[in-house]
Design a protein around this ligand. Structure first.
Ligand code: NAD
Ligand code: MLT
Length: 312
């Protein structure tokens, strides 16, 4: 019997795992790091979302752990080196929430362009204000994507239909992928100089942390709009807030933050910065798709010894 620790309480889509007699699944919803350090000792496998961090201390405390299952895409909350040095497999579900994240990105862009959240709030307070909410079209504008992977390409495909010109910076993307999605690959400086909208779809790594800072913003067009549905630390929040306040950046739409929930609320409180609490992947479809797949990956690993979706 394998003991599995679930660190979130939505068991939708996990029926095959929960009903399997080989597994005992226990739910401890969002344990603190201290709680997790104690809990982890008893388990063979753990399922996490983005809130729980598997640090080297947690890995060190683990005594039987063989499998870390990330029910989602980003694995920046797992110390992968520490895990692999102890022979622990880290698996994720890449692609399960791609469409949801792409659709959320586009929703945020349209909301920015047409002032939908502000005008909604205004009318709900019984003000009939049309003058202050004149928007702009996406038609004919240039969208610069930073990261042309799964989500970046789906955003591109959809926004092509809006007749946007789409350019992208991705040091690892091939011309074939770019061509297929109707995107022109450019340098990062070209993205900054030419884009009316910049949307981030890269992972968080050493090359992207703090990539959108005051120096980068200085290279952008006046009135640029910035969307981030990737990872919070890619943006320097203070620098973005200053740039929106000064009018250099016309608006920003942010789904992900340096700390979640934010500890510094400056960016959230800045006017013309739309915010959602890390919701890009939060759809019924994506959650069930991801839960089913990570459940199957876990069962295959423990029962059949098959390693799928392993993150390296
Ligand atoms: P992906 O791995 O398919 O694509 C990422 C792309 O970024 C790759 O093509 C890679 O070559 C590129 N890249 C790597 N380093 C780069 C750099 N320095 N500059 C520019 N591009 C770089 O990942 P994905 O599934 O498309 O996810 C993209 C991001 O969105 C990830 O950070 C992921 O964690 C995040 N995400 C967030 C949500 C959410 O709920 N907000 C949901 C899903 C994914
Ligand atoms: C992901 O990386 O899959 C998304 O950010 C959603 C999540 O964290 O669960």
């Amino acid at each position: 019997m394998y003991k599995i620790l679930m660190t979130y309480d939505n068991t939708q889509g996990l029926d095959a795992l929960i009903s399997n007699k080989e597994f005992e699944v226990e739910v401890h919803n969002k344990p603190s790091q201290e709680e997790l350090r104690e809990l982890i000792k008893d388990y063979d496998g753990i399922l996490i979302r983005s809130e729980v961090k598997i640090t080297s201390e947690i890995i060190e405390a683990a005594q039987k752990l063989k499998f870390i299952g990330r029910a989602g895409t980003g694995v920046d909350n797992v110390d992968k080196d520490a895990a692999s040095s102890k022979g622990i497999i880290v698996a994720n579900v890449p692609g399960g929430n791609t469409i949801s994240a792409a659709e959320h990105t586009i929703g945020l862009m349209l909301s920015l362009a047409r002032h939908i959240p502000e005008s909604y709030k205004s009318l709900k307070s019984k003000k009939w204000d049309r003058k202050n909410f004149v928007g702009t079209e996406l038609f004919g504008k240039t969208l610069g994507l930073i990261g042309l992977g799964r989500i970046g390409t789906e955003v591109a495909k959809r926004l092509k239909v809006f007749d946007m010109k789409i350019i992208a910076y991705d040091p690892f993307a091939g011309q074939d992928i770019a061509k297929e999605s109707g995107v022109e690959l450019k340098s990062l400086d070209d993205i900054f100089a030419q884009s009316d909208y910049i949307s981030i779809h890269s992972p968080l790594n050493d090359s992207t942390r703090g990539m959108i800072n005051a120096a980068a913003i200085k290279k952008m067009k006046d009135g640029v709009r910035i969307v981030n549905c990737a990872r919070g630390p890619v943006i320097n929040e203070q620098d973005l807030s200053e740039a929106v306040k000064s009018g250099k950046v016309a608006g920003a739409a942010i789904d992900v933050f340096a700390k979640e929930p934010p500890q510094d609320w400056t960016l959230v409180e800045t006017d013309r910065v739309l915010v959602t609490p890390h919701l890009a992947a939060s759809t019924d479809e994506a959650q069930v798709r991801i839960a089913k797949e990570i459940g199957e990956v876990l069962i295959d690993f423990f029962i059949k010894g098959i390693k799928r979706n392993v993150v390296r």
